[in-house]
Design a protein around this ligand. Structure first.
Ligand code: UFG
Length: 343
């Protein structure tokens, strides 16, 4: 019997790619997702890619009775990867209670259920947003966590503490907090990828929709930053690489006899500017993008990228894909969505 890993939010963007990576690595992923920000047909696509249909429970992670019933169906659960959360920074500013209630409520519920059943290996999906405005753009995990600029960011900081304090007094748990930089791209089969609801907040989905003609033009949020071309620098990481890091994280946790709560940055270790992303997207996909330079977006950090050495040393994980691959896959995925929409 393969090892069972419960994946909350397993039908979402990073979740679905992680379910594929787990399946490819010989695990049996079990998805809990209420499809508030995901499509049920993603499960068919996961099956198409892996040849295995994962068990799926359409459940709100805040519902303790239902979550407990899922866990109780399995004699032994090897691990829990908790993705399920709301993630739109702007929306969180306008609707903080939605974010505090869902993101914190969901974590507390699944963690409680997992702890009561002695589930050992816990992986929590966090973000580099916890570092806030950084003075040195390269951040290690030792960089202090700063006061959050949005309720979304604050839920990530709070959830990290919840995992840490829970793990510290648990007889069974060992945990890892994964701080993602900027995940982009889609599965190379173009069968799964990001499905933003409404107008995308993030750069690459906005670029892809502009290339497709869904959006008229992309606005570059400021070119007067203190960077070589004046635009913001981020650490973009292919979502398939990010997904594989979760498999490495589980292997790492289970190899440690001692119970721990580690923190690991997941990034490529390289910074790329907004203009460089646009140029690469145009080049690899052989098209022209309609864009203009606009004002800065409030709250944007000038530049930030990961010191990714801990991920390499601890998890034995590094990125296999380049930014160019991710931009090619993002465009291929966008074209598949088009085919689906016009069916
Ligand atoms: N950008 C544009 N135009 C757009 C969209 C984005 O120029 O239409 C720029 C942004 O100003 C930024 C870069 O593209 O410089 C990347 O922006 P994203 O919104 O894609 O990503 P962020 O780095 O702002 O946000 C990401 C995650 C958040 C997380 C944050 C932490 O999406 O969840 O990192 O820094 F909180």
């Amino acid at each position: 019997m393969n090892k069972i890993v419960v994946v909350t939010g397993g039908a979402g963007y990073i979740g679905s790619h992680t379910v594929v990576a787990l399946s490819d690595a010989g695990y049996t992923p079990v998805i809990i997702d209420d499809f508030r920000n995901a499509q049920p047909w993603i499960i068919d696509r996961i099956e198409q890619i892996t040849g295995h249909r994962p068990a799926v429970f359409d459940i709100d992670c805040q519902d303790e009775v239902k979550v407990a019933k899922v866990f109780d169906q399995y004699e032994t659960i090897f691990g829990l990867i908790h993705f399920a959360a709301d993630k739109a920074v702007g929306e969180s500013v306008n609707n903080p209670l939605k974010y505090y209630q869902n993101n914190i409520g969901s974590l507390c519920t699944v963690l409680k259920v997992a702890e009561e059943r002695g589930v050992r290996n816990i992986v929590f999906s966090s973000s580099c947003t916890v570092y806030g405005a950084v003075s040195d753009p390269v951040v290690t995990e030792n960089h202090p966590v700063k006061a959050a600029m949005s309720p979304y960011g604050d839920t990530k900081i709070t959830c990290e503490k919840i995992v840490r304090f829970t793990q510290a007094v648990s007889d069974s748990m060992t945990a890892i907090l994964l701080r993602y930089f900027n995940p982009i791209g889609a599965h190379p089969t173009a069968l799964i990828g990001e499905l933003p609801q409404g107008i995308p907040n993030n750069l690459v989905p906005y670029i892809a929709q502009t290339a497709k003609g869904v959006r008229e033009k992309l606005t570059v949020f400021g070119n007067d930053y203190n960077t070589p071309d004046g635009t913001n620098i981020r650490d973009y990481i292919h979502v398939v690489d990010l997904a594989k890091a979760h498999v490495s994280a589980l292997a790492y946790l289970s190899s440690k006899e001692k119970q721990i709560c580690d923190i690991v940055n997941l990034g490529s270790g390289h910074g790329t500017s907004v203009l460089e992303i646009i140029e690469s997207f145009e080049k690899v996909n052989d098209l022209k993008l309609n864009y203009e330079i606009g004002p800065r977006r409030p709250g944007d950090v000038e530049q930030i990228y990961a010191d990714a050495s801990k991920a390499k040393n601890l998890l034995g994980w590094t990125c296999e894909y380049e930014v160019e691959d991710a931009l090619k896959h993002a465009w291929e995925w966008e074209k598949t969505i088009e085919k689906m929409e016009t069916k």
